[in-house]
Design a protein around this ligand. Structure first.
Ligand SMILES: [Zn+2]
Length: 266
């Protein structure tokens, strides 16, 4: 999208940078909008992944539990459709300036945790360490019993012995992405609540945060008198209540925000 850094926006970015510097603890919350600049379209709407390839089953988790081996075969050899479309899109995607700005903020000591609704792995690829993926990660694996997560690089899959089993408890291992009908793993949810309770400044980027549980997080920060900084290209349901609204594409705005936080330090 066309973007011009107006003096008004730059002034608001400076105020946001000040809030970040003054905060005791900063947490970020990100969603699909942040990855659009990485070539990952949103799921719904014109050009959306589901619009193009069809929607995944609404009872995906129940289907997995009914026949985990079959679900694994579909994952390893996806047929034409939404799953293959998603896999090809995610494999081709690379982190953008927005992802890099967050990892730089963390590196500088101005970000304590990053909660994301995205499954695309781009925050990890950009270098973010304290990453809480509430909807899981497309590339990772997780035990449905004990919730242990496995890096696929260290977890070889034997196609003759599907589904793979957890090396900790023997439970069934599935892809880490939270399917429709599947509860968010309690381990990540607890970590999110702990991070949100400890923070007094939240940066919300690329999401209007209207879906549970993410919707609660900025409201909780506001209730306790904290600052919520929204970064979105368009006004959202969050805009009327956000403390500061930085309107523009995530990449450019977050890079400028990070530069301003550094400027204030020197
Ligand atoms: Zn397990």
């Amino acid at each position: 999208m066309d973007f011009e850094l107006t003096p008004e926006l730059d002034e608001t970015i400076a105020r946001a940078a000040e809030a970040i510097r003054d905060a005791r603890s900063v947490v970020a919350l990100t969603g699909a909008g942040l990855s659009v600049e990485s070539g990952i379209p949103p799921f719904r709407g014109p050009g959306g992944l589901w619009t193009k390839y069809g929607e995944p089953p609404m009872d995906g988790y129940q289907r997995f539990l009914r026949d985990p081996a079959q679900s694994w075969r579909e994952r390893l050899h996806p047929k034409e459709g939404w799953l293959r479309g998603l896999q090809e899109t995610l494999e081709a995607a690379e982190p953008n300036d927005g992802h890099r700005a967050f990892s730089a903020l963390e590196e500088d000591g101005h970000l304590d945790a990053l909660i994301t609704q995205n499954i695309d792995d781009l925050h990890r690829q950009a270098g973010t360490k304290q990453l809480l993926e509430i909807h899981g990660n497309h590339f990772w694996l997780r035990c449905v019993e004990c919730h242990t997560r496995f890096d696929p690089a260290g977890f070889p899959i034997d196609e003759d012995a599907l589904p793979p089993l957890c090396t900790d408890c023997g439970g069934i291992v599935k892809g880490d992405t939270v399917h429709f009908g599947e509860p968010i793993p309690p381990t990540v949810l607890r970590a999110c609540y702990a991070a949100v309770e400890a923070c007094d400044c939240m940066i919300v980027a690329g999401t209007s945060a209207t879906v549970y549980p993410a919707a609660e997080f900025p409201l909780e920060v506001l209730r306790r008198g904290g600052t919520v900084i929204e970064v979105n290209p368009y006004e959202s349901e969050l805009t009327p209540v956000a403390s500061l609204f930085l309107q523009g594409p995530g990449g450019a705005v977050l890079q400028r925000l990070h530069a301003r936080v550094r400027e204030a330090a020197s």
